[in-house]
Design a protein around this ligand. Structure first.
Ligand code: AR6
Length: 169
């Protein structure tokens, strides 16, 4: 049984086995939660990202996939980087967003992670409406076939927290 917890705050302050990063396909960092993770986690994360890129993802990590690195100075063992889809009003990309959550949990299982913190993937720079992003996040976590014991959604602001809380009820 996987329990789902909600927390409002900064995901880089969480103490868990794995922290999921809403990255981009370059794996070289960016703004939002990606910037915060690299800033607080220190250079070891970027160093491993560069190596992964050189070895496997020269064309970028595809949208919907996930890959793990060290968590550097964060209070976690791993960061799992996943690439969310950019929201489109004309094309349904929700399967790709669900894939981010599912693939991240699959990688967590491979690592043996039991507690995993997720941000609301794609709901920032990538423009996904929070209510639909929360629906996909909660539905996918609930349906996941995983040994992860706790999925913790860490929502940056009160509004996002309330939207997730509404979806969980
Ligand atoms: N802790 C928890 N949630 C956060 C934090 C934080 N420290 N900072 C932001 N959020 P975004 P995306 C929330 O833009 O939409 C990057 O440049 C934020 O309020 O971080 O998947 C990447 O490199 C929002 O609800 O990720 C990519 O290029 C959610 O996290 C691109 O942005 C996701 O916002 C990815 O865009």
């Amino acid at each position: 049984m996987t329990t789902i917890e909600l927390v409002q705050g900064d995901i880089t302050r969480e103490s868990v086995d794995a922290i999921v990063n809403a990255a981009n396909s370059s794996l070289l960092g960016g703004g939002g939660v990606d910037g915060a993770i690299h800033r607080r986690g220190g250079p070891a994360i970027l160093e491993e990202c560069r190596k992964l890129r050189a070895a496997h993802y020269g064309r970028g990590l595809p949208t919907g996939r996930a890959v793990a690195t060290t968590a550097g100075d964060l209070d976690a063992r791993w960061v799992i980087h996943t690439v969310g889809p950019v929201y489109s009003a004309t094309e349904d990309r929700s399967a790709l967003l669900a894939s981010c959550y599912r693939e991240s949990l699959r990688v967590a299982d491979e690592l043996g992670a039991r507690t995993v913190a997720f941000p609301a993937i794609s709901t920032g720079v990538y423009g996904w409406p929070m209510d639909d992003g929360a629906r996909i996040a909660v539905e996918t976590a609930r349906a996941a076939d995983t040994a992860v014991e706790e999925v913790r959604f860490v929502l940056f602001d009160e509004r996002a927290y309330e939207v997730f809380a509404g979806r969980l009820r």
